[in-house]
Design a protein around this ligand. Sequence first.
Ligand code: ATP
Length: 273
Amino acid sequence: MTTDPGKGGLDENDDRGSVAQTGAGTVIESRDLDVFYGETQALQNIDLAIPENQVTAMIGPSGCGKSTFLRCINRMNDLIDIARVEGSLTFKGKNVYDTDVDPVALRRRIGMVFQHPNPFPKSIYDNVAYGLRIQDKTENMDEVVERSLKKAALWDEVSDRLDDSALDLSGGQQQRLCIARAIAVDPEVILMDEPASALDPIATSQIEDLIEELATEYTVVIVTHNMQQAARISDKTAVFLTGGELVEFDDTDKIFENPESQRVEDYITGKFG
Ligand SMILES: Nc1ncnc2c1ncn2[C@@H]1O[C@H](COP(=O)(O)OP(=O)(O)OP(=O)(O)O)[C@@H](O)[C@H]1O
């Protein structure tokens, strides 16, 4: 049986957390999370508590499992045949891997933005309206499209050409359009997998400003290769190292100024990675 948990359908007051975390309430929490691709283990015993309405950055060298962790949160790993997840990963206290969780409904609440902008070959308007139409939420659609484009800091650039093809936008505009598309269906969490790595410095800076703004309303989890970017925009930083180990998770300032682990210090200061 699959059910749509719907907003408020999960325990919103889950406070079991003894996993390292301070301040804002925990919205996503992993315990003893292991992920395998066939025989290869990509993540080992990950305990992590992600706070609500903040930006949490995942950093670490290539192949350390950052994207794997991100994809666990909204079960995108389900789409990889050989991926296997053990342990628990809860969203508002509910294990997203329980058999009664519908991954499609989960992904409505936990949206995702990818490394390369991937607008549909449709108009700007239809890209943003896409999820609303699928969910049959077509009431006030013009308003929702406008609001989403405004929240994604794109409205001023496209308001007079909503019927133009999304593919005619610049890379940075396309990425903001993808963010607008994700926002339109009113998610609670936005996962971003290196959302600015394919963009030029100006577009990157616009996306960074936008991410900080989005965190006033949404929980944002971002994978980035760019340590300066993590330092600039995130509240919390998780450092994964080779072998799929979460070595340190703390306030971003602490991670960059005074990390507990020598391995993290070596990584941050560029001694390896
Ligand atoms: N679809 C897959 N099939 C098999 N192995 C995979 C798959 N995806 C990832 N892996 C392996 O899992 C490990 C973690 O990969 P992942 O992409 O999560 O790391 P990452 O830290 O995000 O890397 P990068 O920074 O290079 O994107 C790597 O060893 C990778 O080769």
